[in-house]
Design a protein around this ligand. Structure first.
Ligand code: GRF
Length: 199
């Protein structure tokens, strides 16, 4: 698989750790960032993974950028693309090249609070429960079929920072699990519903 990042890379780290602990039987063929200053690149290099940075500014438009990513993914024989804090919309070219094989993690219980600043949105809305969602990526922003979710309470004295930290613990727990479930295969989509293989 490939992991696409833009920043800190803590979810990338949780995937690397799950693989090291043999909780996830997979190979990361490449970690791609759209930013040279993404701290996650160092995490990848420390784990001995191949990395690449593709700067969107060096491409004419989104489609050309997506084409470059797709080419790189194909060259690395990637079967599953995991977005982990990748702060760019994925265009139709990438979705067509990897149908049902692009995953994302989002820090809210979707469909509540898609888009940027999900934790702040949840806090400002006043929900008592929020959480993390792993979903298949479609053309709808944060709107694809849900693979796994985990809920956390929102506490009276929460700030964006404390709520984000509580959600992040769940992100790190469920992303490797969800990846394993998708890689296991045998799942199907029933309308919007991701139906895992019966064991
Ligand atoms: C996470 O909160 C993830 O849910 C969101 O972006 C953040 C990335 O954090 N999509 P990290 O780079 O994995 O530490």
């Amino acid at each position: 698989m490939a992991v696409l990042i833009s920043g800190r890379g803590s979810n990338l780290q949780s995937i690397i750790d799950a693989m090291a602990q043999r909780e996830l039987d997979a190979t990361i063929a490449i970690v791609i960032s759209n930013r040279t200053d993404a701290a996650g690149l160092k995490r990848a290099q420390d784990a001995g993974l191949e990395t690449a940075t593709l700067n969107p500014r060096e491409y004419d438009n989104r489609d050309a950028y997506d084409a470059a990513i797709v080419e790189m993914l194909r060259a690395h024989d990637v079967g599953l693309v995991c977005l982990a804090g990748f702060m760019r919309l994925v265009g139709p070219r990438m979705l067509a090249a990897f149908p049902g094989a692009v995953l994302n993690i989002h820090p809210s219980l979707l469909p509540s609070f898609p888009g940027l600043d999900a934790q702040r949105q949840a806090l400002e809305h006043g929900v008592r429960i929020s959480g993390a969602t792993v979903h298949l990526v479609t053309s709808e922003l944060d709107g694809g079929p849900i693979v796994m979710q985990s809920a956390v309470p929102v506490l009276d004295d929460d700030t964006v920072e404390t709520l984000s930290a509580r959600i992040l613990v769940e992100e790190h727990r469920i992303y490797p699990q969800a990846i394993r479930e998708v890689l296991d295969g045998g799942w199907r989509l029933d309308g919007r519903r991701f139906v895992a293989r019966r064991h």
